[in-house]
Ligand binder design. Structure first.
Ligand code: ASN
Length: 340
């Protein structure tokens, strides 16, 4: 018998029309499993021992993911770790809103410490729509979590028939049926009728400790570089008590002169600054001068390389909550190097 726990957190996959307009997360994990039956998607075949796949449900939140805080993300990571302490569980599926899936994937991806797979999924169309993608995505996520081929592949996203590794993933589109893609690499595999088929082995970094209470207190803000940008928003972040800032410069990470000066001020105050690019993909090349990326790095910013800013922010908060500023800075650099 293969046992998979379905842990529901909300999102469009769980949403129903609201009397206030729009839709709100509502359905529980048990409702989602019932939805599989309604769509004739509850047949997972038999496992390698000829036994069936048993689904167990658990609810941890009923929220749209744009409302999540670090405390919510931490609760999800601890719930997954608690479930995986059970020897009778073979894998975990987490249903989640797509808007901030990147962040939860990052937290789970950086802390997952088990060969059994953790598979996130969600939907772009809610269950009340005739062409809702939730039941198919959940079916695929369960069959991926239940497959021995997924052992050692770490934290995964299964969506639109594709399998993606957690780190480096972005939501690239607001409404497209498959909004997820890697910035610079392709899919890890696909879900076929027979189950998951992998084309590659995921890179799984050495696990970091699960988020502590300090993680929830981290403030890591994000600031954008653009023509005419002054340092007002960066100063506001510092005044509000940010202990980390992700700065998304133009092109190869060029923040411009005022923001470069603000980086020097921030790092002198002990605030960790990550330098990314607002293009959405590609490494941050440290080759320019005159208030460009090279000056920003000289002022103390760590180039984020090819990790999305949303995921670098989670990594930064994790490191700041477990290490001193200088250790966190070194670890961030080492992690980002290892990532590529
Ligand atoms: N498609 C979705 O799940 C989006 C939803 N607004 C959420 O992130 O909760």
């Amino acid at each position: 018998m293969t046992r998979i726990v379905v842990l529901a957190t909300g999102g469009t996959i769980s949403s129903r029309p609201s009397s206030e307009g729009g839709s709100r997360a509502k359905d529980s994990a048990a409702d989602l499993i019932r939805g599989l039956e309604l769509h004739g998607l509850d047949d997972f075949g038999v496992d390698a021992d000829g036994a069936g796949i048993e689904l167990e449900s658990e609810d941890i939140a009923v929220q749209n993911s744009f409302n999540f805080s670090f405390a919510d993300l931490s609760r999800i990571a601890h719930a997954v770790a608690r479930i995986l302490r059970r020897e009778d569980v073979d894998g975990v599926v987490v249903t989640h809103g797509t808007d901030t899936m990147e962040e939860t994937l990052a937290l789970l991806g950086f802390t997952h410490d088990d060969p059994r797979p953790v598979v996130l999924t969600g939907a772009q169309r809610s269950p009340d729509q005739f062409d809702s993608d939730g039941p198919r995505n959940l079916h695929d996520a369960v069959s991926t979590a239940a497959s021995p081929a997924s052992r050692g592949q770490g934290t995964l996203l299964v969506f639109g028939g594709e399998i993606h590794s957690a780190l480096g993933l972005r939501k690239n589109h607001t409404v497209a049926p498959q909004p997820f893609g890697h910035r610079s690499t392709g899919t890890l595999g696909a879900v076929l009728e027979s189950g998951p088929r992998y084309f590659a082995q995921a890179l799984t970094p050495d696990p970091l400790p699960l988020p502590s209470a300090e993680f929830e207190e981290q403030r890591v803000d994000m600031v954008l570089g653009y023509p005419g940008a002054d340092a007002a928003l960066m100063h506001a972040a510092l005044e509000t008590g940010a202990n980390g800032v992700i700065l998304l410069g133009a092109g190869a990470g060029n923040p411009g002169v005022p923001l470069t000066e603000a980086i020097a001020q921030a790092t002198a105050q002990g605030v960790l600054v990550g330098l990314g690019t607002r293009t959405g993909a590609g490494p941050v090349a440290v080759i320019y001068g005159g208030g460009g990326a090279v000056d920003a790095v000289a002022a103390g910013a760590v180039p984020l390389e090819d990790l999305p800013a949303t995921q670098a922010r989670i990594l930064m908060a994790l490191l700041l909550s477990t290490h001193s500023y200088s250790q966190a800075k070194q670890k961030l650099q080492a992690r980002l190097n290892a990532q590529n």
